[in-house]
Design a protein around this ligand. Sequence first.
Ligand SMILES: N[C@@H](CCCC[NH3+])C(=O)O
Ligand SMILES: [Zn+2]
Length: 466
Amino acid sequence: MPPTESVNGSSSGNGKKNFQPVSGRHGPHLNSRNPYQPVPDFLSNVNSFKIIESTLREGEQFANAFFDTAKKIEIAKALDDFGVDYIELTSPAASEQSRLDCEAICKLGLKAKILTHIRCHMDDARIAVQTGVDGVDVVIGTSSFLREHSHGKDMDYIHKTAIEVIEFVKSHEIEIRFSSEDSFRSELVDLLSIYRTVDQIGVNRVGIADTVGCASPRQVYDLVRTLRGVVSCDIETHFHNDTGCAVANAYCALEAGATHIDTSVLGIGERNGITPLGGLMARMIVADREYVTSKYKLHKLRDLENLVAEAVEVNIPFNNYITGFCAFTHKAGIHAKAILANPSTYEIINPADFGITRYVHFASRLTGWNAIKSRVEQLDLDMTDAQCKECTAKIKLLADVRPLNVDDVDSIIRQYHFNIKTGNDQPLLKGIEHPAPGIQEAADAGEPAAKKLRRTEPDQDAAKCC
Ligand SMILES: N[C@@H](CCCC[NH3+])C(=O)O
Ligand SMILES: [Zn+2]
């Protein structure tokens, strides 16, 4: 059960299902005056991008991934429900089961277009066009690393084979994308030459792939913008996250004129993966909330991530974009005060857009009196500002000794309230009359940090805010 509900149930006693909103004075989120809105540019696609969701292709390359047919179908349906434009599947040439699964997903009648991803080879292309996919994504390495140490082919071979494969796929009247691999370590002249060739014979998209995650946003911008001047077809981009740039690179690619971004749920993929779907949503909602909220069912993000996390047996990281357990929890007194007055002060994203709750942490040595005042109001207690301040000082004193949870703080507030109303002088928290001697027991009673980090829900000592 989420901590807020148990807290509410145990402490408010007024039968309210949820905490009351803290105040009616919340300012608008960043919609009208958004300093982060995209720089106007006629080539930019920040306001009109498409997602090629590759959890069922790139994601299958994640170390822990094994998706059986039923799980692939469940994930494909969930991605479709979320609203992704394309779902990319593992090559049907990879294994017999991969081929059967590809056929099965094509028969689901999803709204999203189904793609499969193959090597630039006629053997793979012949199998792919028989599966019922809406399009084929062809890839071949173009860097000297891959040409010399992977497939061993030169650029002449790549041109010749690409033309053959593309014309074959096109003859089946389905979409065709041609992508280089390791694009950022390929010679620019080689890239532009092959892209120009495939554009002229009518591919739907060309793809740029940062296969090793080496590219910086500025390099991405430069390459995509250059390519935009060379081809007239769509431009897809694919970014690995080895150096932490996968979301930023995707954004820069769109600014430079890319049309499609590859993602996977939680970013799963080869090594540490690619642009995560949730991270891209976080970035793009800040740029164009209207486009993102009208196109994608953001409330489904958390379930989608949980589905994939469970399937590949990982936890949602504590600092995950949007859904990490502390993504919308505010702790420092100064932050809490401002958030309670207007969430836009310390939040660029409105958690409500994702069906997620904002929390204000009010049980630490950093807690300020505004957070305690808000909690006092949630508990329906009657205390003046001066009393809230004094109570806060006592809470902070105890929070210096040991970790406090919501129940501890609620007990302190209630006891303090009882004392001031009755003139009593009972200890505020049972077992702690004098903070100093309790330090060791407090430390012993504290939860191991690792356990806290495994949580996907906000901590007990955070309270729902609004
Ligand atoms: N996973 C491969 C395929 C790229 C294809 C682009 N959609 C890479 O990173 O290079
Ligand atoms: Zn990749």
